[in-house]
Write a protein that binds this ligand. Structure first.
Ligand code: FES
Ligand SMILES: [Fe+2]
Length: 452
């Protein structure tokens, strides 16, 4: 007997008003604005920086750049992760050159000061020769706030930040239900791109571009005829903005708009997906829309026993649709039932017209075991889990996203033009407006203050 299943309701986010904003091109090119963003925003927000599972043992470290800073994440003997600025407190040499590794102590390559993984200075040559006293046990690496959530390591350069839970608002609850801690990376390509970091985030803050950029459609294309595995039409999409500045867009998927042949037969990959959940595609001949609720029902009924334990805790929509989140300031992620698409942009140390862009995928353990592709289309190789730095000009950053990257590069060129009068946004691009308003709020020292 199948267990009774309970419906979990999708949570509601509060209504938000936007103020209106023309967003001139200079926001993407000006060094002055870039500096204002750094001082007012980047150094005050929680940033997703690494994956806890990549630091399994005490002494394991990973260094990641964010703009002009380099941040070291280090696994401690008590199992927690601490974060430090990658800089020796003797005379400022960086402690590591990048990447990751494992140490007993971090030994500086300039004068051999040695710091323990907890940040304490443990050795300095000629320690009796310091007029201010022996630095050992006294001088420490400069630590910054660090928390772990959803399997990720997050840091904040603000000395007195709100907690990560407060910062994430409604994201915290939704992601906890998905058991994301155990999901593993299955594809990772990273590249420096010649565009401002906001070009990337703006793009992932709207689906208005999808027919044009990804489906070679004309502007007047009937959306219902567009072949895809997801419905990005704004009238059928749910948009939400959180008080904390993050946002969510829920696009129906799972039935693949128009994914039937002329006779009405369900096409791949939907047909295989249905069979995998014991549904005969023939039952839905000429009626592809109905597969969505059938899949939801089957997944809820059969999923938990097959190892998809998170299914019991999420709303029906999460079983078939794409929950696309943008976490302020620089992380966009499409969360499907069994995989999430990780899209992040970090600023360059000093050039507003470059950013470091990650296009990664993660999958749930059950999906990896079953060898099923990510819902939403592309089946990506599951062995390519190490981050591969690519040159976007000669290699693909990944299916689908390579189309976005082409536009990132050209749009940045357009933003340099004195002839560009500032954006003219549709309502479905409201999340872009709100995002820019929030950057301005941070710069003005008026960031949202979540309740402590
Ligand atoms: S700068 Fe690091 S030991 Fe001197
Ligand atoms: Fe896109």
């Amino acid at each position: 007997m199948a267990e009774a299943t309970t419906r979990v309701e999708i949570d509601t986010w509060p209504e938000q008003r936007t103020r209106g904003h023309r967003i001139p091109g200079s926001r993407y090119t000006s060094r002055e604005f870039f500096d204002q963003e750094w001082d007012g925003m980047w150094t005050k927000v929680w940033l997703l920086l690494g994956r806890a599972s990549e630091l399994p043992n005490p002494g394991d470290w990973q260094m990641e750049p964010v703009g002009r800073e380099e941040i070291l994440m280090v696994r401690q003997t008590d199992g927690t992760v601490k974060a430090f600025y990658n800089v020796c407190q003797h005379r400022g040499n960086p402690l590591v050159d990048g990447g990751k590794g494992s140490v007993r102590r971090f030994v500086c390559k300039y004068h051999s000061w040695a710091f323990m993984p907890n940040g304490e200075l443990n050795f300095a040559p000629d320690k009796e020769d310091f007029p201010d006293g022996n630095p050992c046990g006294k001088v420490r690496l400069k630590e910054l706030a660090c928390e772990t959530f959803a399997g990720f390591v997050w840091v904040n350069m603000d000395p007195e930040p709100v907690s990560l839970k407060q910062y994430l608002g409604p994201i915290w609850h939704a992601w906890s239900a998905l058991e994301l801690d155990g999901w593993r990376r299955t594809m990772a390509r990273t590249a420096w791109l010649p565009c401002n970091w906001k070009v990337v985030l703006d793009n992932f803050n709207e689906s208005y571009h999808v027919p044009t950029v990804h489906m070679a459609a004309t502007p007047d294309t009937d959306r219902k005829k567009i072949r895809g595995h997801i419905n990005t039409y704004y009238k059928e999409t749910r948009f939400d903005l959180a008080n904390e500045g993050h946002n969510r867009m829920v696009m129906q998927g799972g039935y693949g708009v128009g994914s039937t042949d002329k006779e009405g037969n369900i096409l791949e990959p939907l047909a295989s997906q249905l069979r995998a959940w014991e549904i005969d595609p023939a039952r839905f001949k000429g009626n592809p829309e109905a597969t969505r609720s059938a899949l939801q029902e089957a997944k809820r009924r059969l999923g938990p026993a097959r190892g998809y334990t998170h299914y019991a805790k999420v709303p029906d929509e999460q079983l078939t649709d794409a929950f696309h989140y943008t976490l302020f300031p620089n992380f966009a992620v499409s969360v499907w039932s069994d995989g999430f698409h990780f899209l992040r942009a970090r600023p360059h140390p000093d050039d507003p017209e470059q950013c470091l862009f990650d296009n990664w995928w993660y999958s749930s353990p059950a999906a990896i075991e079953d060898g099923v592709g990510h819902q939403g289309g592309a089946f990506l190789p599951q062995s390519d889990d190490e981050v591969r730095m690519i040159d976007y000009r000669t290699e693909s950053i990944g299916p689908g996203i390579e189309d976005d990257v082409r536009v990132f590069v050209t749009q940045q060129r357009g933003f340099r033009s004195r002839g560009f009068e500032g954006v003219y946004l549709s309502n479905q691009e409201k999340r872009i407006r709100r995002y820019h308003e929030l950057i301005d709020d941070y710069i003005a020292g008026k960031q949202p203050k979540p309740k402590r």
